[in-house]
Design a protein around this ligand. Structure first.
Ligand code: WTA
Length: 658
């Protein structure tokens, strides 16, 4: 960062003048008033928001129940239906003909689906699920490409009180099997194939493979969306979605559920063990999804919102499948990838659909900067982006240089950027600028959403002063919080509520606050979780996948190293059962192991670097010294104390490329 940039950053970017008065949260005084309200009467504040943002079938009488903390309950005796709030409610309020989803397929074909149509599709699908015997509380795994039907499948589950678990379409059959088995799903929704970047990729075939692995005996049916019409194998349990749905009526009385009824499970990586099934509620989740949708993006009736996430991740749940619909917005849903047919696709789509609020990830921004630098035709300046008014960022820290570029070249210098910090576990945004309130500082997610008690503490739970780094915690429960890890209450408590932290939620990120403004800056994970292109992965998961290759691998250690585009890159250190390979033999084995990990977990988990060694650096007690491996991966000189190392000679070998 040069000197003038620094001065600029210090001053920050104040909110656009017009938003100071017209935004849903208009100006700092309005923000302060909300914060004060939440501090004076925490439950009362959230109860008020719960009435503003959600329509209840029967109102709740108790807002927050902390009797069995950290198993908090919100709005427990209230009943509602999430799909009714997202669809019927909009139709009832006169938005039946309003476009809910502008879908753009990989090849550029566009379809518009109105709220009334989306409701009809959801009801047909809900009836189809019921016809297949799916009942309230049953789990349904959704393994789908980005599509209107994917959103409809989620909404249909919500309508009948079934609990969905969406599995990202880039996960392998093996990962899919693990999730189907852990949830005990009775039905899988999938597509024949998916289309991304001009290529056709299998989905249904992977479901077949997953189901053949065992552990998925509860699955009775597979409901298949006909996306490509490609040739697929067919079994007695398979049903075509279009045939099932068209035979069903387009109305379906919603199942009114208690606020704590689980809406979905979403698997995410932790530092140890298998991915955890994060369980979310219906009522509290919807309250915060809708509130953040409205306030963070300042959504208005005429907006065209576009969140580029996949429905397989939490961002696609909260800011595609639920949030935009809960506030009656029009949104763009995109099937493809940002680089096809070229890296101008995002800008072209913003121009084409007159997108006003655009929400994407730093990794996408960084790769599009690179593309624009390489080819002027792909620069956002070539496109008409004047429709944009607010930009968002999510998933990983955004470096100030990328922030400045996004602000200047995509936002034309006039659009506030909301850098939103949150997690699969938090369900909705937690620390974020608000467009009409916040003076933006590139690289900082600024201040908590009103009502969120974010803080930075040391290992004993003591507050650390502003200016110092520590552990990011949330001191009070919040409505859209994780309720438990599916089937593993003990792991929920151990992962997020360690005894030394006084009942605070441990986010797993390091962070600090600015001395003057109190703004939060996220440093990154403090555990063995990697963030590669905004995707969370546990180092242990990748290590387990590598050692599962029992023919070849004796031992493996995985660390992250910083990467300009993807944030972090996966580096694996592998000890083979046979001799340490070098030269072309090592290259060949590295390719083989990369593909192995791709099969075990999914292509996103393939290590960027694989280095072979005779051994791993270990302490005398046998613990792998990952901090040394991190330095080696970065190509740094080892300056750390290596006196506890049992086998110091191994360092020299690790430093060789292969
Ligand atoms: C990181 C994604 C910095 C963080 C919604 C967190 C961020 C993890 C930001 C959660 C941000 C997310 N600034 N870091 N604005 N947003 N992260 O569960 O490390 O996929 O713990 O949820 O992403 O990733 P997850």
């Amino acid at each position: 960062m040069n000197a003038s940039e620094k001065i600029h950053n210090l001053a920050g970017y104040p909110p656009p003048h017009r938003l100071l008065h017209t935004a849903h949260v208009p100006g700092r005084a309005a923000y302060n008033a909300l914060v004060a309200e939440s501090e004076e009467d925490y439950a009362g504040y959230w109860a008020r928001l719960a009435h503003v943002f959600v329509q209840w079938k029967t109102p709740f009488t108790r807002t927050l129940d902390s009797d069995n903390a950290p198993f908090y309950k919100w709005f427990e005796d209230g009943t509602l239906n999430v799909s009714w709030n997202c669809l019927d409610r909009q139709v009832n309020e006169g938005k039946g003909d309003k476009t809910a989803i502008v879908f753009e397929a990989d090849d550029g074909t566009v379809t518009h689906t109105s709220y009334a149509q989306l409701l009809g599709m959801t009801c047909r699908m809900a009836n189809a699920l019921k016809a297949l015997g799916v009942k309230k509380g049953d789990r349904v795994v959704i393994y789908m490409s980005m599509s209107v039907e994917g959103v409809v499948a989620m909404q249909a589950c919500a309508r009948i009180g079934a609990i969905h678990s969406v599995v990202f379409g880039g996960f392998s059959a093996h990962s899919l099997r693990d999730r189907i088995a852990d949830t005990g799903a009775v039905l899988v929704v999938t597509a024949d194939e998916q289309v991304r970047g001009g290529k056709t990729l299998p989905l249904k075939a992977l479901v077949d493979e997953a189901l053949s692995m065992g552990g998925c005996e509860a699955v009775r049916n597979v409901l298949v969306y006909r996306r490509t019409g490609g040739d697929i194998a067919w079994t007695a349990r398979d049903r075509w979605m279009d045939e099932m749905a068209s035979a069903q009526p387009d109305t379906c009385v919603p199942e009114w559920v208690g606020a704590e009824h689980p809406l979905f499970l979403l698997y995410t990586s932790g530092s140890t063990g298998k991915p955890k099934g994060v369980q979310h509620s219906s009522g509290g989740y919807l309250v915060q999804a809708a509130a953040t949708m409205k306030w963070t993006f300042d959504i208005r009736d005429e907006d065209v919102f576009w969140c580029t996430a996949d429905i397989g991740w939490i961002t696609g749940h909260t800011y595609i499948a639920y949030g935009p619909l809960a506030v009656g917005a029009t949104q763009v849903v995109f099937e493809g990838v940002p680089t096809y047919p070229d890296a101008g696709r995002f800008w072209k789509m913003i121009e084409r659909h007159k997108v006003t609020v655009f929400y994407t990830a730093p990794t996408a921004i960084r790769s599009l900067i690179k593309a624009a630098e390489g080819d002027a035709q792909l620069h956002p300046a070539r496109f008409d982006l004047r429709s944009l008014r607010i930009l968002g960022s999510v998933g990983e820290p955004i470096n100030p240089a990328a922030w400045e570029w996004y602000h200047a070249h995509v936002g034309g210098g006039r659009c506030p950027i909301v850098d939103t910090w949150w997690q699969t576990e938090t369900g909705a945004q937690m620390i974020t600028p608000l467009p009409g309130v916040t003076t933006l500082v590139p690289g900082s997610c600024t201040l908590p959403f009103p009502g969120i008690a974010a803080a930075i503490v040391d290992e004993t739970g003591e507050d650390v002063p502003n200016g110092q780094s520590g552990l990011l915690v949330i001191k009070k429960p919040w409505p859209s919080m994780i309720r438990t890890i599916w089937g593993d209450d003990a792991r929920y408590v151990a992962s997020y509520y360690p005894p030394e932290l006084r009942g605070y939620y441990l986010a797993g990120d390091g962070a600090s606050r600015d001395k003057d403004t109190g703004n939060f800056t996220i440093g990154g994970r403090i555990d063995d979780v990697l963030n590669v292109s905004g995707h969370r992965m546990g180092t242990m998961e990748i290590e387990s996948a590598l050692v599962a290759c029992t023919e070849l691998v004796a031992e493996a250690a995985v660390v992250g190293r910083p990467d300009d585009t993807s944030g972090e890159a996966i580096c694996a250190f592998v000890v083979l059962k046979g001799a340490r390979p070098t030269g072309p033999a090592a290259d060949k084995l590295a390719v083989q192991l990369r593909n192995w990990v791709g099969k075990e977990i999914g292509p996103i988990a393939k290590p960027r670097d694989i280095r072979f060694a005779d051994n791993l650096p270990k302490t005398r007690s046998g613990k792998i010294m990952r901090r040394l491996l991190r330095s080696v991966a970065k190509g740094e000189a080892i300056t750390q104390d290596v006196s506890t190392l049992e086998n110091p000679a191994i360092l020299a070998q690790l430093n060789e490329t292969h």
